[in-house]
Design a protein around this ligand. Structure first.
Ligand code: 9Z3
Length: 312
């Protein structure tokens, strides 16, 4: 028998930074409520499932965080306040454009008149960096972006519930954009060894339990008035729409965005109870640097507005 969501929370302790993050989220939401902003929670990146309490090994879920990070930028651009709830060390908004050695390659070292070294942006890179930096600074100054991190499945579920408690005050003005890749399986806390599993003890048998379906309380209890968007990730085209529709029928939220692992960068399918449509990028659009998240966010903004005004 899979555990219920209530049992999950009773059996798996909250992350140590939950109270601190809750307070940050509460303060952020209070500010956005005062401004009358629309707000979106973007979840991004994969959850880990630890195999030991003092974790050396864990099972991971596929997701670099590209979908979430780029979507967060487009939501900001569309006027939304954004809570970006992401796997720590996954891709983040703005930073994603200048990650790793790409950033260092944009810089140059020269000597100032007194002989001490100065670091500056290469003139040839200014046009590339300026728009990113301007948007990043604008997001910071407007205080419309809040980032909160998770690592494990349990961290994710605790944080998600805490954020929902704050979002419920926004009613239909809140959107939840659940792009994180969340594990379906986990090792319950009481079945997990404390210390590193030892190879000298032979091949370990690892028993994974089913994670309770958290969309159910989320939609029906935590944020019943919000516009909830979930993603369905499959690898087999033949079952994608069926699985997306089944999620919609089970949880009764607003829209499921279906995507295939292989083509997720250039094609998604929007599935609602009454409709099915597609967003697609042509090869040449991709070459020009267009991102499918721009189309996804534009579509959702329109649908969310109809939902708020009751005209959908
Ligand atoms: C997605 O389907 C996302 O679009 C991706 C984005 C994870 C494929 P990247 O981060 O990839 O840009 O590399 N997210 C949802 C995945 C998921 O776990 N869905 C569950 C399911 O399919 C339902 S919540 O059963």
């Amino acid at each position: 028998m899979p555990s219920t969501w209530e049992e999950f929370y009773a059996e798996n302790p909250p992350p140590s930074d939950l109270d601190k993050n809750k307070q940050r989220v509460q303060e952020f939401c209070q500010k956005q409520l005062e401004h009358g902003s629309h707000i979106v929670l973007v979840t991004s990146g994969g959850t880990t499932v630890p195999l030991e309490h003092l974790t050396v090994r864990f099972v991971d879920n596929f997701s670099a965080g590209t979908r979430g990070a780029s979507s967060a930028e487009y939501f900001l651009n569309s006027g939304y306040a954004v809570i970006f709830m992401h796997r720590i060390k996954s891709i983040e908004p703005f930073v994603r454009h200048v990650m790793g050695s790409k950033f260092l390659d944009m810089l140059q070292v020269s000597s100032s008149s007194n002989g001490s070294p100065t670091i500056s942006v290469k003139p040839s890179e200014v046009d590339n960096l300026l728009p990113i930096l301007s948007k990043y600074k604008a997001a910071q100054e407007s205080q419309k972006l809040l980032q909160v991190g998770f690592t494990t499945l349990s961290d994710y579920l605790w944080l998600l519930r805490a954020i929902c408690e704050c979002l419920s005050a926004f009613g239909s003005r809140a959107m939840l954009y659940l792009a994180a890749a969340v594990s379906d399986f986990y090792v319950p806390a009481e079945q997990m060894p404390t210390h590193k599993i030892q190879s000298q003890d032979g091949v370990p048998t690892i028993h994974l339990e089913l994670v309770p379906k958290i969309l159910q309380p989320l939609v029906s209890l935590w944020v019943p008035s919000a516009y909830v968007v979930s993603f369905k990730l499959e690898t087999d085209e033949n079952i994608l729409i069926k699985k997306a529709r089944s999620a919609l029928n089970t949880y009764k939220h607003k829209i499921v965005i279906g995507n295939l692992l292989q083509s997720r960068r250039n094609r998604v399918v929007f599935v609602t109870t009454h409709d099915e449509s597609e967003a697609r990028l042509t090869h040449s659009q991709e070459q020009q640097g267009l991102e499918i998240e721009e189309l996804i966010v534009a579509h959702l903004k329109r649908e969310h507005e109809k939902f708020i005004s009751g005209t959908n």
